[in-house]
Design a protein around this ligand. Structure first.
Ligand code: PLZ
Length: 447
């Protein structure tokens, strides 16, 4: 516990001392626009100076309750003491070698933890890369080599990244792929299971997905099906019970590799180490990133040994993949996972925030649904009595909340979902404040 700076930040709470963004942030933003293209956007252009647990402190001294955790990254809390300490120590020992040139223990340790925790039976292997999109790319490459087939099946509402292949795999053309083409070939987007909108049981929805894929792609042409057990950017879509197990059984029967993209839903986010565990099925591969290293860039492709072992020596790698500092941070995250605190805290957030959101739903007809698991919850906002999306209301809420010192993220194909993925260290009091801010924002919109 040598991290005195973060301890000083620990007791911080929500505080707004300037308009948002404040003068220093506006000045930085001005500088930024001269050197950074607008394609790299800023949802809330307050410039962050430091952060701890669930609080972000900006350069003007404003303190925000963070309900986004850098889009699901700092699950164990911003500047988590053990993560910071482990990374500092590793940094001073070895910053980089390139694991495929001269290896080091940290990479092996992360692969051992993933072999132990990934929801796949039997022998497992892991390769480490830098980002979620890179994990998806590698998983698809390996699945193609293993099956000798080209096709990649994905689901409606999916998000898998911003590289050429993964931006083709996303449901949303704009802003991810439109105009950036040509897109990757052999990607087939099938209907998903979205209980609020399709009213189907898991079996019915799976049947629809399977029929669609068999008709358009043909099972014999499919290398893999890539699915987020709980869809992230798509709006925290939780599939109906039985959907994923039915798909997984079909994949097994047809020799299609089932790849669970747990980049947003994994590593304690949903109240289980992997969200897959909520649904009772076994994928062939599971992808991790975001929360795995507590804020440092690291991602993993973990899969059944039989599949992972097909790539020849030298066929997999990358300069920075499994960087020693990032691996040390990941080990610090896994040690905490083993001890149990992040899971217990994610479950607490699920209970406390879940109840607060249900309470809001009871008082505001515009909330069509509260959904999700653990510290991965969302509300969908629609015109009362219909399912017509209300993205303007979501914008109003996020903007009003920012002015009150709460950072909220939207999601969903139509931008009408508010998603909550705070660091699990967010306190019950902070959750109550967030709910109150949203309550007032909805009321002020309707007024
Ligand atoms: N798969 C399920 O959620 C990343 C995107 C942020 P990278 N989601 C946040 C942005 O606007 O670029 C994500 C995900 C799922 C893959 C990815 C991609 O992970 O680490 O951003 O490449």
């Amino acid at each position: 516990m040598s991290n005195h700076e973060s301890h000083a930040t620990q007791s911080l709470s929500r505080k707004v001392v300037t308009e948002v963004p404040g003068p220093k942030s506006r000045e930085l933003h001005e500088r930024r626009t001269k050197v950074i293209p607008p394609g790299v956007m800023a949802l809330l252009p307050v410039y962050i100076e430091r952060a701890h647990d669930a609080i972000l402190v900006d350069v003007d001294g404003n303190q925000f309750i963070d309900c986004g955790a850098g889009i699901g990254v700092t699950t164990v809390g911003h500047t988590n003491d053990a993560v910071v300490e482990a990374a500092r120590e590793a940094m001073g020992k070895v910053t980089h070698t390139l694991f495929t040139v001269t290896p080091y223990e940290g990479y092996v340790q992360v692969a051992e933890y993933l072999a132990k925790t990934a929801p796949i039976s039997g022998e497992k292997r892991t390769m480490l890369v830098n980002s979620g999109a890179e994990a998806v790319e590698n998983a698809v490459k390996i699945a193609r080599m293993y099956t000798g087939r080209p096709g990649v099946a994905v689901l409606e509402y999916a998000y898998h990244g911003r590289t050429m292949l993964t931006s083709t795999m996303n449901h949303k053309g704009s802003p991810y792929a439109t105009g950036f083409g040509p897109r990757a070939g052999d990607v087939y987007r099938a209907p998903n299971s979205f209980p609020l909108h399709d009213g189907l049981t898991g079996e019915e929805a799976a049947k629809r997905t399977i029929q669609w894929l068999e008709k358009t792609a043909g099972a014999a042409d499919l290398a893999c099906l890539v699915a987020e057990p709980i869809q992230g950017e798509g709006g925290f879509v939780v599939p109906a019970e039985g959907y994923l197990p039915t798909l997984a059984a079909w994949c097994r029967e047809k020799g299609i590799v089932f790849i669970a993209d747990e980049i947003q839903s994994g590593i304690a986010r949903s109240g289980k180490v992997f969200a897959t565990e909520h649904f009772g099925f076994e994928p062939d591969m599971v992808l991790t990133a975001k929360g795995i290293a507590g804020g440092l860039p690291l991602a993993g492709v973990t899969g059944r040994a039989e599949i992972m072992d097909v790539a020849p020596a030298g066929g997999l790698g990358g300069t920075f993949g499994g960087n020693p500092v990032a691996c040390a941070a990941a080990v610090a995250v896994f040690e905490q996972l083993e001890e149990g605190t992040p899971l217990r805290e994610a479950q607490r957030v699920g209970r406390v925030l879940g109840a607060a959101l249900e309470d809001l739903k009871a008082r505001h007809e515009v909330i069509a649904e509260v959904r999700g698991h653990g510290a991965m919850l969302a509300i969908e906002l629609t015109e009362p009595g219909t399912l017509n999306p209300l993205p303007e209301l979501v914008n109003h809420i996020t903007q009003t909340a920012a002015q009150s010192g709460v950072l909220l993220l939207n999601a969903g194909l139509h931008g009408n979902v508010l998603r909550f993925l705070p660091p699990v260290t967010i306190t019950d009091e902070q959750i109550a404040e967030v709910a109150e801010v949203i309550d007032q924002a909805i009321t002020s919109y309707q007024a």
